[in-house]
Each structure stands twice: as structure tokens, then as C-alpha cells.
Design a protein around this ligand. Structure first.
Ligand SMILES: O=S(=O)([O-])[S-]
Length: 139
């Protein structure tokens, strides 16, 4: 018996809808780096980790907004015309998901950056912060 085939696959239309829906709320390290590197200005990157983690190492230009602190008051300065790209530590962390959920509830368009700062660093992209690439990879 096939473990792959035992559950019927979606139709091509269903699969297309599913994957487009996924891409509407997710982006990845490589795509974010590519856009920042080429000066794309249609989104703002938000680091939702702790103050300490942000101060030690973050994506260049990222705004700091810890996910527990997200509220209408703390997001007042964010540009509502721009998509927000949120990230946290790694694929093992759901801080970005929590932050994205809160931001969306406040009316922002938002995507999660898959992989977080861990994969940003693994892929060799530049960072800002006091410890730079020597900062811890877990919080
Ligand atoms: O700081 S965090 O681990 O909740 S993203």
C-alpha cells in the first residue's frame, strides 16, 4: 500500500489555489534579500523577537516590534501602505506567526519570512547589530 497515494491528491485547481494562498502569507529569506538588495521599497521588515536579540543581530533596516507588544498604539508609526514582512528566530519558532496574526488583526497586510534570522544568516546575508554574526542562533 502506498503511503503517498493513500490520501487522494487535490485537483490541479485546488492545488493551485492552495499554493497561491500560501504564497500570499509567506515569503522566504532569499526573496527578501533579493528585494532589499535591489532597493525594493514596497514592504517593511519587522523583527518580532526580544529587545536583546534585536540589539545583538537583525536584518538590516528591520524595525523592532516584539510580538507580545504589538497593539494599535505600538504600530501607529508603521506605514499602512506597505506590506509587513515579519520574522523571528528560525523554523522552530512561531513568534513570527504570532506577530503576523496580531498585525493582520490590526488591519495590516503581512507575510512571514520563512526561516527567520537563522536562515538569513545561514544563507550568508549581511546583518546589523552589536554582535553581528557571532550572536546566538537561539533565544
Ligand atoms: O522572542 S520570541 O522567541 O518569542 S520570537
Amino acid at each position: 500500500m502506498s503511503l503517498v497515494l493513500q490520501t487522494p491528491a487535490a485537483t490541479a485547481d485546488q492545488a493551485a489555489r492552495h499554493f497561491l494562498d500560501k504564497l500570499s502569507v509567506e515569503t522566504d529569506v532569499s526573496d527578501v534579500w533579493n528585494d532589499l538588495h535591489h532597493g525594493v521599497t514596497g514592504f517593511q521588515v519587522v523583527d518580532v523577537r526580544s529587545e536583546k536579540a534585536y540589539q545583538e543581530c537583525h536584518v538590516p533596516g528591520a524595525i523592532h516590534l516584539p510580538h507580545p507588544a504589538i497593539s494599535s498604539e505600538t504600530t501607529a508609526a508603521l506605514d499602512r501602505d506597505k506590506l509587513i514582512v515579519v520574522y523571528c528566530w528560525s523554523p522552530a519558532c512561531n513568534g513570527a506567526t504570532k506577530g503576523a496574526a496580531k498585525l493582520a488583526a490590526l488591519g495590516f497586510r503581512v507575510k512571514e519570512m520563512l526561516g527567520g534570522i537563522e536562515y538569513w544568516r545561514r544563507e550568508g546575508h549581511p546583518v546589523e547589530g552589536g554582535l553581528g554574526t557571532t550572536a546566538p542562533l537561539i533565544g
